[in-house]
Design a protein around this ligand. Structure first.
Ligand code: AGP
Length: 594
């Protein structure tokens, strides 16, 4: 979602730091970009912004003078259309203050009518209210107090950077609910919404807590709470590997990440099943064992991994598990058992819907484990426990390797909670080999022609294959924009089969030998009504005319391999349709608004 980067320093050009940071955050999804830089000739700040890509911003700023300070933003529209006026940065009315903001100010209408009835607004955004409020309070208060007074009035989420044009060596920043990190080095101070933007410019960082306010100059940083009391700055080393973010030989990140899946599985095995010191702690296991029900909360792809996790945990450990959509759970919490334990699954660890759930479970004093790919994320920090996915940064908006990693980690958790006697290390290694074998030897690009010209498409499967069909459908929708549904194969005949007509693509997932004949019967029912079919099976469920046959894996781990051909279908369908694969329209990598 929106990205923020600000820099103040000595040697470097702020434009380079900010634009490099914004480029690294492009994968998160955005529709407009902007930057404000100090113009040393006129001793004032200029703003460059427009809808479209960061590249446009690079073109707009190619002739600017070197600046020691700058703030930049990529916007994912929430309030107001995708226009130049709505792009950040925004000025306050007299242009004294310049601001960029991530998040949503829920009470912006009330604030406007209560405090800003005479102000002139230049955009449709909620953000401008913040700039105008700071300016109005600055008539009687110091800048810092004007900002603090404003922050206390805001309801909602914000990560924001403010420049007072009368103090051209200072960036003011504040955070509540939306992520914000601060990085330092000998070159200066960088503030950004994602650690990735600091890589290359900072050696140490602090992930800021909610309701904090910082004042940054090239050689000094001061952290405060909203009562203006100074707080300690506890820095950590940045240990992100930049090479993960390089495309290498691949045309798109999504393809690269699909191909990384065997090594992601091996990494998880190494970490949680080989290295004795890094196994899942007894503390986590005991807390789960002491509970009477696990509640899994997640969104999108992570929720689909949660469904698979439910199946595995119930089968292996015999623990009852409920899976809930985060955005629903947060505001309509079901009746809970006496001793619930919560598992949040989130690739990014920043999903606002999940954070709202976490706030709720914390208030109720329940224990929470977050399973995430980003160990520095808000959810990882704020939960009682976290388990890392070790998938490496996932750049493509469509999640692939993180999904497979989530199931991998959930299977290890289920295994450690059980008395199972099979060799999970061997079973997961077989998963890595099966995926690798498929990626090396089978070409799905020709099958995609059965899908790409069609209006809609169906994935069907039973039990675990049903969960895979949900994920497969989401992938095809978000990348190729083909209306797709994932369906329990036996449920189709209860209504939805009415949509099947001549040529409708139906892709069947057949990995469970006990019920593979039932799925094949359901497939015959759609063939009889004109459907074009694709069959994906495992060696032990295969028929010789199946389109894709994958090597067998442990029955509980089949979703980790069955999903891979469907990821490639989505990829090739989008490629054939000429779409922006890594940055599909309207989507953001990390959804930091509720
Ligand atoms: C996945 O392809 C999606 N882009 C999306 O559904 C995603 O899984 C969802 O927004 C949850 O994100 P998280 O895992 O970072 O919490």
């Amino acid at each position: 979602m929106c990205g923020i980067v600000g820099f103040v320093g000595h040697k470097l050009d702020a434009k380079d730091v900010v634009l490099s940071g914004l480029t690294k955050l492009e994968y998160r999804g955005y529709d407009s970009a902007g930057i404000s830089l100090f113009n040393s000739k006129f001793r004032s700040f200029d703003i460059y912004k427009d809808f479209g890509r960061v590249q446009k911003l690079k073109d707009l700023t190619k002739d600017t003078l070197k600046s020691h300070i700058g703030i930049g933003h990529t916007r994912w529209a929430t309030h107001g259309k995708v226009t130049k006026d709505n792009a950040h940065p925004h000025y306050s009315q007299s242009k004294r203050f310049i601001i960029v903001h991530n998040g949503v100010i829920e009470n912006h209408d009330e604030l406007k009518s209560q405090y800003l009835r005479d102000s002139l607004f230049y955009s449709e955004t909620d953000t401008e209210v913040i700039a105008q409020l700071i300016e109005s309070f600055s008539d009687t208060l110091s800048v810092e107090n004007a900002i603090l007074t404003t922050l206390k009035l805001l309801e909602g989420s914000y990560a924001l950077l403010v420049i007072d044009t009368q103090m051209p060596d200072t960036i003011y920043a504040a955070k509540n609910k939306s992520p914000l990190v601060l990085g330092i080095s000998d070159d200066g101070v960088t503030v950004a919404s994602d650690l990735m933007a600091l890589v290359g410019f900072s050696s140490k960082y602090v992930a800021l807590a909610d309701h904090t306010f910082i004042v940054c100059e090239a050689d000094s940083v001061k952290l405060y709470n909203l009562n203006h009391e100074i707080l300690p700055l506890n820095y950590s080393e940045i240990d992100l590997d930049e090479s993960f973010s390089e495309l290498g030989e691949y045309q798109h990140y999504m393809l690269k990440e699909i191909y990384e899946q065997p090594s992601v599985v091996s990494r998880i095995v190494q970490h949680y099943l080989v290295d004795e010191n890094k196994m899942i702690s007894d503390e986590i296991l005991n807390d789960i064992k002491a509970s009477d029900r696990i509640y899994v909360l997640a969104a999108g792809t992570s929720m689909h991994a949660g469904f698979v996790g439910k199946y595995i945990l119930e089968e292996l450990a015999g623990l009852p598990v409920e899976v809930h959509i985060a955005s629903e759970f947060a505001y309509h919490t079901p009746l809970l058992t006496h001793k619930p334990f919560f598992i949040m699954i989130s690739q990014s660890g920043e999903t606002a819907d999940l954070r709202a759930c976490l706030m709720k479970t914390k208030k109720l004093k329940y224990k929470t484990l977050t399973i995430t790919n980003v160990k520095t994320s808000t959810l990882a920090r704020e939960s009682n426990y976290y388990l890392e996915l070790f998938a490496g940064p996932e750049i493509a908006v469509a999640s692939t390797k993180a999904y497979v990693a989530q199931i991998g980690v959930l299977s290890i958790l289920g295994y450690r909670l059980s008395n199972a006697s099979f060799d999970l290390k061997e079973a997961l290694t077989k998963v890595a080999l099966s995926i690798e074998d498929f990626l090396e030897h089978q070409d799905v690009s020709s099958l995609v022609h059965k899908i790409i010209t069609k209006r809609n498409c169906f994935y069907i499967g039973r039990t675990l294959d049903y969960y895979t069909s949900l994920e497969a459908a989401l992938k095809l929708k978000e990348i190729s924009y083909i209306q797709t549904e994932g369906f329990a194969a036996g449920e189709l005949k209860h209504g939805t089969i009415a949509l099947i007509e001549e040529g409708t693509p139906v892709i069947a997932l057949i990995s469970n030998p006990e019920i593979s004949n039932n799925t094949r019967s359901n497939l015959n029912e759609v063939v009889a009504r004109g459907a074009t079919t694709i069959k994906i099976s495992l060696s032990n469920t295969s028929h010789k005319d199946d389109d894709i046959i994958l090597k067998d894996v442990h029955p509980l781990l089949t979703p980790m391999v069955m999903v891979v051909p469907t990821q490639l279908f989505a990829y090739y369908a989008a490629l054939e349709r000429g779409l922006d694969i890594d940055k599909p329209r309207n989507l953001a990598k990390s959804v930091t608004v509720e």
